[in-house]
Design a protein around this ligand. Structure first.
Ligand code: SF4
Length: 246
């Protein structure tokens, strides 16, 4: 079996080649500079990894999304529309466990995990290895009963649901799609079903908003859709958006 070091370096090279060379946007000088910088950081990263193996891992198993968030690079990206094969997922999880890994999430870059047709098989592979499984979803597909029921039975640990404010227009501006009420009803469905089943997963609402908490909590939709279920989920408010310029 390949060592973890070989695998890390190969994956970084593969990422570099596909992301940098395929898009044909960079001139030769820029690429040469990036290669030099890449070579330097890769040695440093490996030294850090050797002394302090990671406990959590993000696996980008799907690169398709059903939203077009204003702060996300997905709008400018040509997704391959492929999903990682299960053999590769298993290999990654095996090697991760060998170095003492503890938790995994299946959407570390762009992509909505509920669009991954093999998501539940991947979760099972991780759960069978006693890894904690975390997922981040935009919640659009939570209004489908089948998704709710499969998530709650999957053995996963924590589901983060991104919500950007509690009015339809703001949602549309930020997410780029008109799915606001689908998300709210899906969230309600998930948290009530989670309660009926004794709370097999932990649900966290990740609200991204520049508004003060008091204003968010006073909105009619928050009062109607979320407040009655506050004992069933945690809420976090993120003030910063992702920054793809750095
Ligand atoms: S839901 Fe996530 S992956 Fe999809 S566009 Fe928004 S931030 Fe990007």
């Amino acid at each position: 079996m390949e060592s973890l070091r070989t695998c890390v370096i190969k994956n970084r090279l593969r990422w570099f080649i596909t992301q940098r060379l395929d898009n044909r946007l960079l001139n030769t000088l820029l690429i040469a500079k990036d290669i030099e910088r890449y070579a330097r950081t890769s040695v440093m990263d490996w030294k850090r990894l050797e002394n302090n193996p990671p406990e959590s891992l993000g696996i980008s198993s799907v690169d398709i999304c059903n939203a077009k968030c204003c702060f996300c690079a997905y709008r400018y990206y040509s997704p391959s529309r492929t999903t990682m094969d299960l053999k590769t997922t298993k290999k990654i999880l095996d090697q991760f466990c060998e170095v003492g890994g503890k938790s995994v999430d299946f959407n570390s870059l762009v992509g909505e995990p509920l669009l991954d047709p093999r998501l539940y098989e991947r979760i099972k592979l991780a759960v069978d290895k006693r890894l904690r499984v975390l997922l981040f979803t935009n919640g659009i597909l939570l209004n489908k009963d089948e998704n709710v029921s499969r998530l709650l039975r999957s053995g996963m640990d924590t589901l983060f649901i991104s919500i950007d404010g509690f009015d339809r227009d703001t949602y549309r501006q930020i997410f780029g799609v008109d799915k606001y009420y689908e998300v709210l009803s899906g969230v309600r469905k998930l948290i009530t079903k989670n309660r009926e089943m004794g709370g097999p997963i932990s649900v966290k609402l990740a609200i991204r908003s520049g508004e003060p908490a008091s204003k968010i909590f006073a909105t009619e939709d928050f009062q109607n859709y979320i407040k009655p279920y506050l004992d069933l989920c945690n809420i976090g408010i993120a003030r910063a958006m992702d920054n793809w310029a750095d």
